[in-house]
Design a protein around this ligand. Structure first.
Ligand code: PMP
Length: 355
């Protein structure tokens, strides 16, 4: 039988995104969105750009946005790469930077896009298990490799490495690109952006989907020295030379510039996370120490699938994976205080062991 597709397609296990239900009145704590919405300045910028008409193509280089990001992080605009969500930035990163003669390393229990991208781009990968406390153990990365990618904080655990640990990793692998995926860095971790001037092998990837509440707009970016950014640009131009539409560019620029809104929202989310952690622990849950806008928790006496289903039946949506080692865990995004209170209320009404 003839086949019209690449053999890789047969072996792909596509990434499954979290559910985006059509019912509106759910307490939606399943995909790490920001409960507070973007800055009013972002909405005003979008309206103004729409009023201006969308007849013209967008700036293919997203110059104004890259300048705003560069100013915020103390780098040059040509050390910034912008893309359609950090997923797209990561896709270009896999294509441009992570395929070598030696394997790519990433944690076993991490962002599930990494195995998908590795497969898609035919990159040999070695998955390094987390330790018993679900931490990344740096010593395990002390081996010859072609590249490394690590989320900091890790997903879905929320556990972060310190900046000193990240620097040790980057400095210890000077011959390999090291990508730090900082999707959740603004909720307690320390960004490695300040290291890029010293380490030509470091690429830092961030998103505007979480701390800046623009998940619906799809904007992400990478920071790195010129040669890394040039490599990403070459892949991007071959793939889609207009990655960001006009509305996304103005929205993202306004979001990066409104520091007050950003600071207020992220601190509210951190405070709610700490309260929720305490409440869950009082109900007997074990909660990993999170530096993200979610917590990863399990109850020693209750199967994760049952807690997930019990919550779902009461209109509270969290994330659960039927995967070895984490099948009893739930990932709970930090919502508003009222949403987290509702979650706790429903948990209290579940089988006796949860009380
Ligand atoms: N990296 C990690 C670790 C994530 O959890 C996510 C969100 N699913 C992303 C990147 C992608 O985020 P986005 O494409 O919305 O920028």
């Amino acid at each position: 039988m003839s086949r019209y597709w690449s053999p890789i397609v047969d072996t792909l296990k596509p990434y499954v995104a979290g559910e985006q239900p059509r019912i509106r009145n759910l307490v939606k704590l399943n995909t790490n969105e920001n409960p507070y919405g973007p800055s009013p300045k972002v909405l005003a910028a979008i309206r103004a750009a729409a009023d201006d008409g969308l007849r013209l193509y967008p700036d293919p280089s997203a110059t104004v946005l890259r300048e705003a990001i560069a100013a915020r992080f103390g780098v040059q605009p040509d050390e910034v790469f912008a893309g359609n969500g950090s997923d797209e930035v990561l896709a270009h990163t896999f294509q441009a930077l992570l395929k070598h003669d030696k394997p790519l390393l990433y944690p076993d229990i991490t962002y599930s896009f990494y195995p998908t991208y590795s497969r898609l781009y035919d990159i040999e990968a070695v998955e390094i298990p987390l330790d018993e406390a679900f931490r990344i153990r740096l010593a395990d990365y002390d081996r010859s490799c072609g590249a490394i990618i690590i989320p900091n904080p890790n997903a879905p655990t929320g556990v972060a490495l310190s900046l000193a640990e990240i620097e040790t990793l980057v400095a210890g692998h000077a011959d390999a690109p090291v990508v730090i995926d900082e999707a959740y860095i603004d909720f307690g971790g320390e960004t490695a952006a300040g290291l890029i001037s010293r380490y030509p092998n470091l690429l830092v990837v961030q998103t505007l989907s979480k701390s800046r509440s623009l998940a619906g707009m799809r904007v992400g970016f990478a920071l790195g020295q010129r040669p890394l950014i040039d490599a990403l640009e070459r892949v991007k131009d071959s793939f889609n030379s207009y990655p960001l539409d006009r509305l996304a560019q103005v929205a993202a620029t306004a979001a990066v510039e409104d520091v007050d809104w950003f600071e207020t929202c992220r601190h509210k989310i951190i405070a709610t996370r700490e309260r929720l952690t305490g409440e869950l622990e009082r109900l007997g849950f074990e909660v990993l120490p999170s530096q993200a806008n979610f917590v990863f928790a399990r109850h020693p006496d209750l199967p994760g699938a049952e807690v997930y289903a019990g919550l779902r039946a009461e209109g509270v949506l969290v994330r659960h994976w039927n995967k070895p080692r984490i099948a009893d865990h739930l990932r709970i995004s930090i919502g508003t205080d009222a949403e987290c209170e509702r979650l706790i209320e429903v948990l209290k009404s579940l089988p006796p062991a949860a009380k």
